[in-house]
Design a binder for this molecule. Structure first.
Ligand SMILES: [Zn+2]
Length: 169
């Protein structure tokens, strides 16, 4: 069974986009050979950790990929392990805790203050400003469920319910 004409067209378009993406990053990989410590790319890209887009002086590219300058500085100061760039299941973010655990706002701050959660704050540009917060899975073993498992459960729950239903007891 072959693919239809429409699917064929779509695949070609997707393959083209994918090739462009690889070529785009390939440029940076080449520059990295003469600038192994990293450099500021001119193109606009999202930081791998926080997802905030930047270019030029606001963006850094090195062996660990694209980073905004706040995330880059924090990495240089060893505030978080570089391994998390290679495995997104190793950490939670505020958005993740809110989405999957409904843990946010005052409750979240109370949990952190009580030592139930250990947050890593990535400082922003200005003093006392927090750019982004992460929570390493390795520091919350046996307390928060495994991230991957929880995501699978979440998907299943949505599929079973069709629409979200909440029961209070
Ligand atoms: Zn960032």
């Amino acid at each position: 069974m072959g693919i239809g004409e429409e699917e064929g067209k779509l695949l070609k378009v997707l393959a083209g986009i994918y090739a462009d993406m690889i070529l785009e990053d390939y440029d940076d990989q080449l520059i990295l050979e003469t600038h192994p410590e990293g450099y500021h790319p001119e193109k606009r890209k999202p930081g791998q950790l926080c997802g905030i887009k930047g270019s030029g002086k606001a963006l850094w590219f090195d062996e660990h990929g694209y980073k905004c300058m706040s995330c880059e500085r924090a990495l240089n100061e060893n505030l978080y392990p570089k391994e998390i760039f290679y495995d997104k299941t190793q950490f939670y973010t505020d958005a993740y805790l809110s989405h999957y655990f409904n843990l946010k706002g005052k409750t979240l701050e109370n949990w952190i203050a009580a030592g139930l959660l250990r947050s890593i704050s990535i400082p922003g540009e200005k003093p006392d400003q927090i750019h982004f917060r992460i929570y390493l899975l390795i520091e919350h073993q046996g307390f928060l469920r495994l991230k991957a498992l929880f995501e699978i459960m979440q998907v299943q729950t949505h599929e079973e319910n069709g629409q979200e239903s909440h029961s209070t007891s």
